[in-house]
Ligand binder design. Structure first.
Ligand code: G
Ligand code: MN
Length: 273
């Protein structure tokens, strides 16, 4: 049943003994994760985001990390699904937001934080974000919450209302991994968002497939038509960065500019600024 649920529901999976093993392993990880949340073993790394023109670091994206006392670092794509299924994602999301606002306040940088679908649909989200802003003194206009397209599919109108309410706090909203989901362009008209983050699958082939340059330019033009700012994700080479600049992406993010790093790596930016 769990294997079928994991595969996206509405399907069947044939039983195999190895499924028990992975189920048990997952239950153990789930227990560990619960303890990790209580003990605050979850910490945050920050990936730099640069202004496409100046090349200066202007923002960071907060990314959750889990350092397990025995297994070491648990990859995000392993622990986030467990957190989502077990409901721990809300507590983790709260911790990440709180830590990130605290750690980034003095840097002067914009801060992007990912919202999971479970968090987005949780009725307490607005109050929680408001409380974090109050507690940390983080300026709302520097905070951007990232949501993914998939979350809009089910109840687009309700989603639009949730987004509007969050934006009334003075924060910004971004659509993450743009272009990978099934969202129709029409949604962009219904939503009040501030930024599109173009998925790295559009950036990776830029050098090898010249046609993709036109595709990227078209996506940026579309964003402009909706008055949205653009961040290109997953930039790994100088060539990709150059082509993203030519396409008028405003901000660039990717390993070329930096891997996720500890907060302390960004302190110096504040002193220079
Ligand atoms: O879904 P979202 O865009 O929030 O995912 C961010 C993830 O992308 C992080 O796990 C981060 O490590 C990864 N990532 C960031 N930059 C790059 C990159 O240049 N190349 C690749 N392959 N992955 C990246
Ligand atoms: Mn993101």
């Amino acid at each position: 049943m769990y294997a079928a649920k994991d595969a996206g529901r509405h399907c069947a999976r044939v039983y195999h003994p190895s499924l028990d093993e992975s189920h048990e392993r997952r239950q153990r990880l789930e227990q560990d994760l619960k303890r990790a949340v209580e003990d605050e073993e979850i910490y945050v790394r920050y990936q730099p985001i640069v202004d496409a023109q100046s090349g200066e670091v202007v923002a960071v994206e907060a990314l959750a990390r889990w350092s397990h006392p025995v297994h070491g670092d648990v990859p995000l794509d392993v622990f986030i699904p467990i957190a989502e299924i077990s409901g721990l994602i809300n507590a983790i999301g709260r911790q990440v937001l709180l830590h990130a606002c605290r750690e980034m306040r003095e840097t002067g940088l914009d801060l992007a934080v990912n919202l999971s679908p479970a968090q987005f649909w949780d009725g307490n989200l607005y109050d929680e974000v408001q409380q974090v802003l109050e507690r940390t003194g983080f300026p709302p206009e520097r905070l951007e919450l990232e949501i993914t397209e998939s979350l809009l599919l089910r109840r687009p109108q309700v989603a639009a209302a949730v987004i509007d309410r969050l934006r009334s706090l003075g924060i910004r909203m971004a659509l993450d991994d743009f272009g990978t989901g099934f969202v129709s362009i029409a949604y962009l008209q219904q939503l009040t968002i501030d930024r599109l983050k173009i998925d790295r699958s559009f950036l990776a082939p830029l050098e090898s497939q010249p046609d993709m340059r036109e595709v990227l330019i078209s996506i940026v033009d579309l964003a402009k038509a909706y008055h949205l700012e653009v961040c290109a994700e997953g930039i790994e080479t100088p060539g990709q960065a150059q082509l993203a600049r030519i396409a008028s992406c405003g901000r660039l993010q990717g390993w070329l500019f930096g891997r996720p790093q500890a907060a302390s790596a960004f302190q110096t930016v504040a002193f220079r600024a």
